[in-house]
Design a protein around this ligand. Sequence first.
Ligand code: NBP
Length: 484
Amino acid sequence: MSAPTADIALIGLAVMGQNLILNMNDHGFVVCAYNRTTSKVDAFLANEAKGTKVIGAHSIQEMVGKLKKPRRVMMLVKAGGAVDAFIEQLLPHLEKGDIIIDGGNSEYTDSERRCKSLAEKGLLFVGSGVSGGEDGARYGPSLMPGGSTAAWPHIKEIFQGISAKVGTDPCCDWVGDGGAGHYVKMVHNGIEYGDMQLCCEAYSLMKGVLGMGNEEMSKVFGEWNKGELDSFLIEITTDILKFKDESGEYLLEKIRDTAGQKGTGKWTAISALDQGMPVTLIGEAVFARCLSSLKGERIEASKHLPGPAAVKFDGDKAEFVEHIRKALYASKIVSYAQGFMLLREAAKQFNWNLNYGGIALMWRGGCIIRSRFLGNIKEAFDKDANLTNLLLDDFFKKAITDCQDSWRKVVSASVLRGVPTPAFSTALAFYDGYRSEVVPANLIQAQRDYFGAHTYELLANPGTFHHTNWTGHGGNVSSSTYNA
Ligand code: NBP
């Protein structure tokens, strides 16, 4: 048998796998391609990979035999059972020190589990977030690898070689142990849900309140993309708004208003609840998709439930568009501040040493939330790696202060006109809550103690718990004090 020549194997020849292989090939790495349906290997070699150095295999055994040691096997297959099935198939053919990489959208809990169980067998596991869709995979994705740290020196050259770059900095670095890579990717996707919802709310206000047409809205988004909102999602929204179908009509207005979701936004919201972190904007963005999918109920309800009387907008349109831009920007700052709050809390729980500036850089290019704004976030964490909250950084504090008046005008106008803006509104409510020295939770504590003897602390004496017999007929025994 000839000496192994492949630097890495890639299992999964759908859109992500094929494009990542071609990207690796462009960077001088020899890739061995494999797929469950092996006819796709032949089709790939005969078409997309024709004329490249890519080689193929028709069985796991053949694939492993073509790999240099330590063997690096990357999967880009449907998350869940398919990943476990491939790991089982790989085990008999691998030896200690070999590396299995899962680049799919796996749940971080699965990556934690796989990392531990493979470590017991002497194998290294990497769970890596891959973002950027088809184009990113082909020309430079954002890569967020985590897992067995000993694997990093063996994959660093390939990963940082093929990733997107900001200047010369790769949008890829080691994230942390166990499921850290997939956790960071999950939060990225949650933030993506939030950013998309913010674009929707701006579009809805321009269309519904200001009566703007698609060309006009597209121009506004195009202008926004030249300033502090410069980002991939604002850029594609500019294109989408003005896109016409074969009949010459705007396609966007014909698309059914029911949003799909594949789970990563929901996982982020669930994790936020688990961690006790108020990641309200992503939560609202997930729920907005859920509400959108109740199309039948909404059609029926629209016939019965009245809103406010229609009010024609008679203010200055350009001025209100600028208010919307500022409301979007301020809400986006809150969303990212919440995302980083979640990362910080998860890092504490799982003992990850996360580099927040490094994460901002990984998201700065290649991925769906890439934006100029992430450069500002990186700078904030470069200035102070221990920053408790992005809102407290001077740059963002000033930005929010500048936007605040517009933000309040937009949220008030939407409430008065009955236009739902859940993301703009929850971001503002969070901001007002976070900046409040006093919130009305004293009443909650009193109520809890009244009906369930759950005890309360006194402002003057925190750390000591008291129970009051509020009615005179309750007992003096209190419930135990713990937080779920
Ligand atoms: P898909 O998510 O559509 O997965 C297709 C691949 O999974 C094919 O190779 C298919 O093999 C394999 N597969 C399936 Br489906 N079920 C299998 C099973 N039970 N056992 C073994 N293999 C199975 O492809 P993709 O869109 O390229 O995404 C790949 C991964 O990357 C996913 O985890 C996805 O969530 C993630 N991701 C996707 C994007 C994106 O923009 N599409 C972006 C970032 C991350 P077959 O050919 O034999 O059916």
